[in-house]
Write a protein that binds this ligand. Structure first.
Ligand SMILES: [Fe+2]
Length: 133
């Protein structure tokens, strides 16, 4: 699977594609099944962010703390919008649309920056400067 915004880090791209596939199911999901899909997506985002945190820690990505804060903010926003028995299907569908936008913005900003550090960390180290003289 290829995500809409490939970043060149296989683990991130696979997770993002899986998340996009889940969000793509929203229009085809019956109203009564939307809350379960919301819970599944929240669980997937949570585990994806945890995997991304491990990658960043291993590579000592310098934007780790900032990126973690963005993860926390997004998880808090998802939790705050969890549907209740009073949430209408139309309102929940709008929440899914907002969630998809927030995920896309996250991938296109902090994930994009982080991917450059992850790619650089796995690239061959620079050759030490040749001694002159
Ligand atoms: Fe991220």
């Amino acid at each position: 699977m290829h995500p809409a915004l490939p970043l060149g880090v296989p683990e991130m791209d696979a997770d993002h594609a899986a998340l996009e596939a889940m969000l793509d199911r929203v229009p085809h999901t019956r109203d009564e099944d939307l809350p379960a899909l919301y819970a599944a997506i929240e669980a997937e985002v949570t585990s994806h962010f945890a995997r991304e945190d491990v990658l960043m820690e291993a590579a000592r990505v310098p934007v780790l703390d900032c990126h973690r804060i963005r993860h926390r903010e997004l998880l808090d926003a998802i939790a705050a919008r969890r549907p209740t028995e009073r949430t209408s299907p139309d309102a929940l569908r709008r929440t899914f649309a907002e969630l998809a936008e927030a995920v896309t913005a996250h991938v296109d900003t902090v994930d994009r920056v982080t991917s450059r550090f992850l790619i650089a960390a796995t690239a061959a180290p620079l050759e030490p400067a040749q001694a002159v003289g």
